[in-house]
Design a protein around this ligand. Structure first.
Ligand code: MN
Length: 633
C-alpha cells in the first residue's frame, strides 16, 4: 500500500506525441524513449517520430528496441539543425512514475480565421471529421469546427488511405500547413490526431450548438401569409427547414423522393432549388451537388419497399465507398399514409432521419398525430392541423424551400400554381397561389399547360428525375426554350389524349343515381390503348374532366375506370362537400366487408386508386357502386 505522500513524490516523465518538435523539449526533463541504433560510442534514442538524441556511453550493453527513460542534457546547434544530447535518468522504465503525454503546443486556429494570410504557415485546427475521401492522390478529410468547414489533405503513397484508424464523427486535431487547392483553402496535414475523450466531448458540444444556430431558418415567412392552415403548419415547416439545413451542415446528403406527377415534381424541384446552392457553398468538391443531393420520382403516390431498398443500397454504398454519412430522407407528396409504413420502418432500422411533406389523407388524426408519425421525424400535412388535401404538396414544399433558402423564393413563386392546377386543388389557398403565378405571367391555361407537359415528360422519364428538362419546363432557365418545349410537348400530349378519348368516351356507361350523383363507368382495359400515354389513371382523369366540362363542376359527378384488378376514381368536389365522400374511407369499409378481395389503394378524398384480386373484381366494383348509390346528403 502506498500513501498519498509517497505518491505525490512520484517523479514526472514525458511521452512526446508525434507532433512535438525539438522546441518543445525541456533541458533537464525526463522523457520516455526507444533505442533505434547502437554504436561503440553510445546509442540513439527516439523520443517521437521526428525527435531523437544521442546518449554517449562506452560500449553500451543496451540493444535496439529497448525502452528507457532519458534526461535531456543539452540541445546544441549542429549544421543548421539541432542536436539533442541525452544522459541516463535515475528513473527506471518499469518503475512507478507519473506520465504526461506532451503535445506540440500550437495555438488553435478557428477554421473561419483561415485565409490567404495564413498561406504557408503551420497551424493547428480542431474539429469533427464529416467526410473521408480517398482520391487517386491524398486522402481528403472534411473537417468542421464550430465556425466553418475546411479540407485536410493527407499525403502518402498515392491512393493509400492515410490514418486508417480515423473514422467519420471522430474529433481530431490537425497540424499542418495552409495551402490553396482549386481556389479553396486546404490544409496539407503533417499530423492528424484524435482528441481525448474530455476534449472531444467539449468540442462536440460546441460544434453541435453552433451548427444548430446556423441551421435555424432566418426567415420563416411564406408567400401566402393569411391562411389559417398554413399558419398552423408554419412551425412544422420551420422545423423541417432546420433539419434539412442541419443535415447539409452536418455533411449528410439529402435524398428527396417525390410522387412522379406535376405536384410532386414541383415539390421536389422547389426543395432542390433551395438545397443545391447551400451544398455548393459548404463543399470544396465541384461535384458536391451530385454527391450530396439526390432526387428521384416514385411511381406510386407512396414510398414503396421497391424505392426504399434501392435508396438504402445506394446510401450504404456511399458510406463504404465515399466515406459519407447516411442521408436525410425527404418525402414529398408522398409518405403520409399507411402504405408508407413498411418502407419507412425499413429505413428506420438503419436510423435514417425522415421528413415527410405531404397532403395525402393520413388516416385518423389523434392529438395532431397520424399513424405514420411513429416512423418519421417531422411530418407536415394539412390534415394534422384540421386542413385537407386541397393545399398541394407543391405549395407546402415551396413554403419549405423559402425557409431553407429565402433567396430562391421568387424563382419558384409560380410552382404552387402549377401544382394546384395539376392536382385539381380547390381551396382559397390554391386560388391565391394561382393569382401569385399570374404576377409572374402565368395564366391558368399556362399553368395547366406546364402541369400537363410535366406529367407527359414524367411518363417517359419513368425513374429518372429529368432535372434539366424539368427545369426548362418549369421556367427556371431559358424562357424561349420553355415556350418552345411547352408547345411541342403539349401538342403531342393533346394528340395522344385525343386518341385515347376517341376509344374511351363512346364506351362510358353513365347512370343517374336517386341521390343525384351522376356515375360514369369505363372499362379502361378494353376501351383504351394500353402501355401508352395517357396511362389508365390519367385516362380516367381526362374522361372525367370532359364529362364535367359539359355538365358543370358544381354537380356531383363520379367517374370510375377499372381494369381487371384495379380501379381509378375521380369525383367532383361536390361529391365530398354534399355527401361527405372520402375515397379512403370507402376503401377501408369495402376491405372490411370483403376481406378476401385484398382491397387496397386510396389517395385523396375525390381522386385515387383501388386495387383488388382479379377473381373478385365484380364483387368489389358492385360493393363500391352500392356505396356511391347509398351516399346521403
Ligand atoms: Mn399531390
Amino acid at each position: 500500500m502506498k500513501n498519498n505522500k509517497e505518491e505525490s513524490k512520484n517523479p514526472m516523465v514525458y511521452e512526446l506525441s508525434p507532433s512535438c518538435q525539438i522546441e518543445d523539449l525541456e533541458i533537464g526533463g525526463n522523457y520516455e524513449g526507444k533505442i533505434t541504433r547502437v554504436e561503440k560510442y553510445g546509442f540513439f534514442v527516439s523520443l517521437s517520430k521526428n525527435i531523437y538524441g544521442l546518449l554517449r556511453t562506452r560500449n553500451p550493453k543496451e540493444a535496439v528496441g529497448d525502452k528507457l527513460v532519458v534526461k535531456i542534457a543539452e540541445i546544441k546547434p549542429y549544421k543548421g539543425k539541432k542536436d539533442v544530447d541525452l544522459v541516463y535518468s535515475k528513473i527506471k522504465i518499469d518503475s512507478d512514475y507519473e506520465k504526461t503525454v506532451l503535445k506540440r503546443n500550437v495555438k488553435r486556429t478557428l477554421i473561419t480565421d483561415l485565409s490567404n494570410n495564413n498561406m504557408g504557415r503551420n497551424i493547428a485546427i480542431q474539429g469533427e471529421i464529416i467526410q473521408i475521401q480517398q482520391t487517386a492522390g491524398p486522402t481528403i478529410f472534411t473537417i468542421r469546427d464550430e465556425t466553418d468547414v475546411t479540407w485536410v489533405a493527407a499525403f502518402n503513397e498515392p491512393g493509400v488511405r492515410m490514418y486508417p484508424e480515423l473514422e467519420i464523427e471522430d474529433l481530431v486535431e490537425v497540424l499542418g500547413e495552409v495551402s490553396l487547392h482549386g481556389g479553396k483553402i486546404q490544409i496539407e496535414s503533417e499530423l492528424i490526431e484524435k482528441l481525448d475523450d474530455a476534449e472531444s466531448k467539449e468540442l462536440e458540444e460546441k460544434i453541435s450548438d453552433a451548427i444548430d444556430k446556423k441551421a435555424e431558418p432566418t426567415d420563416t415567412s411564406m408567400i401566402i401569409e393569411d391562411s389559417e392552415t398554413l399558419n398552423k403548419l408554419r412551425p412544422k415547416l420551420a422545423n423541417a427547414a432546420k433539419a434539412i439545413r442541419r443535415a447539409i451542415l452536418d455533411g449528410r446528403s439529402i435524398l428527396v423522393r417525390h410522387h412522379a406527377d406535376a405536384d410532386g415534381i414541383c415539390a421536389g424541384i422547389a426543395v432542390e432549388q433551395a438545397v443545391v446552392p447551400i451544398i455548393k457553398e459548404e463543399s470544396n468538391d465541384g461535384d458536391a451537388e451530385w454527391h450530396f443531393f439526390k432526387r428521384s420520382p416514385s411511381k406510386a403516390p407512396f414510398y414503396e419497399l421497391e424505392d426504399v431498398v434501392k435508396d438504402l443500397s445506394y446510401s450504404l454504398e456511399d458510406v463504404e465507398r465515399h466515406g459519407q454519412k447516411l442521408p436525410l430522407l425527404v418525402l414529398l407528396d408522398n409518405g403520409s399514409t399507411e402504405e408508407d409504413v413498411a418502407a419507412l420502418r425499413h429505413s428506420k432500422v438503419y436510423g435514417i432521419e425522415a421528413i415527410v411533406v405531404d397532403h395525402h389523407f393520413p388516416g385518423e388524426v389523434k392529438d395532431g398525430r397520424a399513424m405514420i408519425d411513429d416512423y418519421v421525424d417531422i411530418h407536415v400535412n394539412p390534415y394534422l392541423v384540421g386542413g385537407d388535401s386541397q393545399i398541394t404538396a407543391g405549395a407546402l414544399a415551396v413554403e419549405l424551400a423559402g425557409m431553407i433558402n429565402p433567396e430562391i423564393r421568387e424563382d419558384i413563386k409560380h410552382f404552387p400554381g402549377i401544382a394546384a392546377v395539376g392536382d385539381h386543388a380547390d381551396s382559397v389557398e390554391s386560388d391565391k397561389y394561382i393569382e401569385l403565378a399570374a404576377e409572374k405571367g402565368y395564366s391558368r391555361d399556362d399553368l395547366d399547360k406546364v402541369a400537363t407537359c410535366v406529367d407527359f415528360e414524367a411518363y417517359f422519364l419513368r425513374f429518372m428525375n429529368g432535372r434539366g428538362v424539368m427545369n426548362t419546363l418549369l421556367g427556371l432557365d431559358d424562357k424561349k426554350r420553355q415556350e418552345e418545349l411547352l408547345d411541342t410537348l403539349f401538342e403531342e400530349s393533346e394528340r395522344r389524349v385525343d386518341i385515347q378519348l376517341k376509344a374511351a368516351i363512346p364506351n362510358v356507361k353513365t347512370e343517374y343515381f336517386d341521390n343525384g350523383i351522376q356515375f360514369n363507368l369505363l372499362d379502361v382495359e378494353k376501351f383504351a390503348h394500353k402501355f401508352t400515354y395517357p396511362a389508365p389513371g390519367k385516362t380516367c382523369g381526362y374522361v372525367h374532366d370532359k364529362i364535367v366540362q359539359e355538365k358543370g363542376e358544381e354537380n356531383p359527378i363520379l367517374t370510375l375506370s377499372h381494369g381487371p384488378d384495379f380501379g381509378v376514381i375521380r369525383a367532383t368536389e361536390a361529391v365530398n362537400k354534399m355527401f361527405g365522400f372520402n375515397l379512403n374511407e370507402v376503401i377501408i369499409k369495402i376491405n372490411e366487408d370483403i376481406p378476401s378481395a385484398g382491397v387496397d389503394g386510396g389517395g385523396h378524398e375525390c381522386a385515387g386508386s383501388l386495387k383488388y384480386v382479379e377473381g373478385l373484381a365484380d364483387t368489389v366494383l358492385d360493393a363500391f357502386i352500392d356505396e356511391i348509390k347509398n351516399l346521403k346528403k
